[in-house]
Design a protein around this ligand. Structure first.
Ligand code: UDP
Ligand code: MG
Length: 316
């Protein structure tokens, strides 16, 4: 029997936490009773620098029932960093680690499926949503378009998989070797390799509290996904540059011919249009390059991705 840790990043989840804890306590007890996981298994809540009572709630849960444990980050670092902090800490105590969100949108009964795949020897099992009916039409459309763009950019990603997955300690240790600071875990985990599989489940709606991913964060996360995993945008700009250069040579020949034929009245339209077109293009190119230079800047600094303030497990 293996020790399983559930890692759950929580940011201002005081409304959701009691509901989530109750559901997970039942699930974990059932799994332990069925001898599917070892009794030492735990639910690890990672407090991502919440401003509300989230950490107090986690401490209370821990003092009432040792199935709950907690990790407190020194400040808010975002979902991906909080998740990574949880994975890297949990691997000290666990054989297998399941990551999920605090809002119970991911069906906790899919864990049985994860464990079955684990028994078949999988090191990584991806939870995949079978439908997105509970998401708004807008979120569904943008998400689907986004997966297609990522695929076109050559990023290997599991369709409709978010961060609900099971990883063995071995897989997490391999993930630790990825030194990058800009995290997009769902794109990085497939790079780890090993025998993996998927388990499908229905995604529910958030039961309490509100989404911590407003449109602005969603867009920046989407850009993060592309720029930290693919250099195709740079290649695209380079190809475009070559094309424009080629066109400009033809234009030059054309203008010279017209000039020597004596028709010297310069076309105002051509000038204005080319100034605007080139100006726009250059700005676009600089923007894309800047995006990557920003990445290099952050990577070279190699700042810590998270700082742990308290690990309740360690205090015992
Ligand atoms: N979260 C976090 N840090 C943040 C934002 C979110 O740890 O800065 C957690 C949040 O508590 C939740 C998970 O990340 O457990 C996913 O957030 P949410 O459910 O709000 O996102 P959505 O499902 O709407 O995309
Ligand atoms: Mg959610």
């Amino acid at each position: 029997m293996e020790v399983m840790y559930l890692v759950i990043p929580c940011y201002n989840e005081e409304e959701m936490l009691p509901i989530t804890a109750k559901a997970l306590e039942e699930k974990m007890s059932a799994l332990i009773a069925e001898k599917k996981i070892a009794p030492m298994s735990r639910v690890m809540f990672v407090d991502d620098g919440s401003a509300d009572k989230t950490w107090q709630l986690i401490q209370k849960l821990h003092s009432e029932n040792r199935i709950f444990t907690g990790l407190k980050l020194s400040r808010n670092k975002g979902h991906q960093n909080a998740l990574l902090a949880g994975l890297m800490t949990a691997k000290k105590y666990a054989d297998i680690i399941v990551s999920m969100d605090a809002d119970l949108q991911d069906d906790i009964n899919a864990i049985d499926g994860f464990l079955e795949k684990r028994a078949e020897g999988c090191e990584i099992v991806y939870g995949v949503r079978s439908s997105r009916e509970t998401d708004t039409g807008f979120k569904r459309m943008t998400a689907q378009g986004y997966y297609k763009i990522l695929a076109a950019m050559g990023v290997e990603i599991t369709y409709n998989h978010a961060d609900y997955r099971m990883m063995s300690r071995r897989a997490v240790e391999a993930l630790e070797e990825f030194r990058e600071v800009n995290l997009f875990l769902r794109g990085m985990v497939p790079m780890v390799g090993f025998k993996s599989d998927i388990v499908t489940y229905e995604r529910a709606a958030r039961q309490a509290g509100e989404s911590k991913y407003p449109l602005k964060k969603m867009i920046s996360f989407a850009v993060e996904g592309i720029t930290s995993l693919s250099i195709k945008p740079i290649r695209f700009i380079t190809a475009l540059g070559f094309m424009i250069f080629f066109v400009s040579i033809i234009m030059l020949i054309y203008f010279l011919t017209v000039h020597f034929m004596g028709k010297t009245v310069a076309g105002w339209t051509t000038t204005v249009v080319s100034v605007w077109a080139l100006g726009g293009l250059q700005l676009l190119a600089i923007g894309v390059i800047g995006e990557y230079i920003g990445k290099i800047y952050l990577e070279t600094k190699a700042r810590p991705k998270y700082i742990i303030e308290t690990d309740l497990e360690e205090e015992n």
